[in-house]
Design a protein around this ligand. Sequence first.
Ligand SMILES: Cc1cc2nc3c(=O)[nH]c(=O)nc-3n(C[C@H](O)[C@H](O)[C@H](O)COP(=O)(O)O)c2cc1C
Length: 345
Amino acid sequence: MEASAPARVSRRFPWYQRLVRPVLFRLPPERAQRLAERTLACAPLWRAYGATLRVDDATLPRSVAGINLRNPIGLAAGLDKQCAYLAALGHLGFGYVIGGTVTYHPRPGNARPRLLRLPERESLLNSMGFPSEGLQAAVTRLRNLGDRPAKVFVSIAALEEDEAVACLRALEPLVEATEVNISSPNTAGVRRFQEPAALGGLLDRLNAARAKPLFVKLPPYDDDRGRDAVLGLLRVCLRAGVAGVTAINTVPRESPSLAVERGGLSGRAILPDMLRIVPELRREAGPGFVINASGGIATGDDAFRALQAGADTVQLYTAFVYRGPDVVNQICRELAVRLRQQVGR
Ligand SMILES: Cc1cc2nc3c(=O)[nH]c(=O)nc-3n(C[C@H](O)[C@H](O)[C@H](O)COP(=O)(O)O)c2cc1C
């Protein structure tokens, strides 16, 4: 590892938490999100802002499935569903950003309300159900992306085999890697591919069409039966020769406050689930197979624990909503310090 000045954990004024979040959190969650997206539409602003934050520490770069990342922190799928703000998000320090989940046809998603905040647990409950402008809109946006400060991946939904293959063929040339989502708890169609034979068939089709790394996003589990099922899916992924898996998607929960009365829990509340599941996946997969850990990551310590548990990269979504645009750089600074302590430098 080449020598570089050690990153320092310095705290900037938490302007997002103190000034912006209180205003955003007075609005209904989806309205707040639209407002935040308006600011993300101005990529040059975030390029200038990001330049003041950059953390370049020799402990952070990773090569994952042959892709060189400046750090192991990824933006999880779902925040930029339409691939509209990936340049701005990339400027905020991520090693990679995932656009989507993109569906072949435009879809309105589920009825509202479909996004709830649980601030006391720094968590969200969503039943979005893949609102998407469809494949063509995503292709156009990715073609015109311009700046790519972070590596760009895309998430596609497996609703129908043919549609997933069409999405992969059209989007893969525009990105570094694809993640196929078989685990959204909010869309009945994708759960079909949680059956091993169906997943095997889908991966055969995607393998025949792809030239770049493919990741499969797995669901969480909370009992022995669930573990057997997910480890079974992992074995299908290993046999199919995909680059790796992302674990976990949101954790299913019922809630009368959601129009469809059930959704997926994300954020700090599911960090223990992720930290329990990732080592079990690593034990089954052995070394060399990529595991991207997603679920409740909000600090450098969380990221460090996920990497220690066997992950190669970590992804976050909910922490961005609660902690704002500095969160990635804060994680990178703290993570670099932990990694240097580990090797005694
Ligand atoms: C509002 C919302 C929408 C999401 N949409 C998607 C999606 O479209 N595709 C997907 O694979 N995961 C989706 N996710 C799951 C996230 O990618 C991530 O796996 C999960 O939220 C756990 O990470 P976190 O605790 O850092 O948020 C969504 C999560 C949230 C909160």
